[in-house]
Each structure stands twice: as structure tokens, then as C-alpha cells.
Design a protein around this ligand. Structure first.
Ligand code: IMP
Ligand code: MG
Length: 176
């Protein structure tokens, strides 16, 4: 599915309901631990988790990608680690957006090194044109154009995360 940003509340809600139903079917035998990547994933975690009709657990990780402004470097530092053990468990990483994919690639390798049964990814947004690494993403809300977006958990300089929709940030806000 490919769509233009911005996205309104109804579009996001409808799409997450579809993904939640898919996840419930795929994991009916053995429900996953949802691992939300702070801070951006809080909104999608809250909405996606409520659309999965299974007994799922939730945990959180915060990572920081060294980089400046709107670009990521792929060099990552853990700011907050999971509070639980994922050995032998089905892990479903919940992400706000996959841009270059560099941060996620690092997080994937990190979680896989802990001996989980499986690790898959669910993301509300993905920018296919920005991809710098190939990552197999099982659940994608929307593929969007390569523009800087805000809202629904996504920030610019820590602002706009609370917007209930996704909007495109005017270039004049972040370019000289
Ligand atoms: P990546 O490592 O380039 O895939 O970047 C991942 C992270 O950068 C995301 O989890 C976001 O926190 C942030 N990011 C990437 N693109 C955007 C955007 O368009 N708006 C806001 N944050 C973004
Ligand atoms: Mg993120």
C-alpha cells in the first residue's frame, strides 16, 4: 500500500485495525511481546495494541541515533533497555517510522542477539525512497513519500508528537 502523506485520524485508525487483526491471526498460537521504540512509537503502540485481540505484553526501549537534525547516522546508543527477558519469545518491534532503516537495523541485531524465538517489525510509516538498508518489515501501515513528517508520535525538535494526524513539515522550518 502506498499513499500520500498527510494522513488523517480515520485513515490511521482504519489501517491499524487491519494490521491488528492480521497480527492477532498470525500470533494466535503464541502471542508476542510488543516492543515499542520510544518516544515516537507511543501513539502507534497505544492504538495498535488495542486493536490486537490477544493477551499481548508490552515493553519499551529507547535508543538514540547519533546524527544531526533530520538525518540519522546508524550509530546507536541504548538510553533505556527492555525491562523484561525476551529469550525464547516472539518479539514484535513497534516503530513509528522507518526512514533510512539504519536505527532499526541496529535494534534488530541487538534484540536478535538475546535469543528470542522470532523478531518481526510493525511500523505505522515507511519511506521506501529513503531506505539505505534492506529490512524485511512484516506489517507496514503506510508507505509514504520521502518528506519529513510530524505528528502521531513523530517530532521535530520534540514538538508536534501529540498531533492526532500525520502532517508534512514545511521545508522552511528545518532548512536554512
Ligand atoms: P532511520 O534510522 O533513518 O530509519 O530513522 C529512524 C528514526 O528517525 C525514526 O524512528 C524517527 O524517530 C526519526 N525520523 C525519521 N524520519 C522522520 C520524519 O519524517 N519525521 C520525524 N522523525 C523521523
Ligand atoms: Mg523511532
Amino acid at each position: 500500500m502506498s499513499t500520500a502523506s498527510p494522513l488523517d485520524e480515520q485513515q490511521i485508525r482504519d489501517r491499524l485495525a487491519e494490521i491488528g487483526a492480521q497480527i492477532a491471526a498470525d500470533y494466535a498460537e503464541e502471542p508476542p511481546i510488543l516492543v515499542g521504540v520510544l518516544k515516537g512509537a507511543v501513539m502507534v503502540m497505544a492504538d495498535l495494541a488495542r486493536s490486537i485481540d490477544l493477551k499481548v505484553e508490552m515493553d519499551w526501549m529507547a535508543v538514540s541515533s547519533y546524527g544531526s537534525g533530520t538525518k540519522s547516522s546508524g550509530v546507536v546508543r541504548i538510553l533505556k533497555d527492555l525491562s523484561g527477558d525476551i529469550t525464547g519469545r516472539n518479539v514484535l518491534i513497534v516503530e513509528d517510522i522507518i526512514d533510512s532503516g539504519l536505527t532499526l537495523k541496529w535494534s534488530l541485531a541487538n534484540l536478535r542477539s538475546r535469543g528470542p524465538k522470532s523478531v518481526e517489525i510493525a511500523t505505522s510509516l515507511r519511506k521506501p525512497e529513503a531506505a539505505r538498508v534492506e529490512i524485511d518489515v512484516k506489517y507496514v501501515g503506510f508507505d509514504i513519500p520521502n518528506e519529513f513528517v510530524i505528528g502521531y508520535g513523530l517530532d521535530h525538535a520534540e514538538n508536534y508528537r501529540n498531533l492526532p494526524y500525520v502532517g508534512v513539515l514545511a521545508r522552511s522550518v528545518y532548512e536554512d
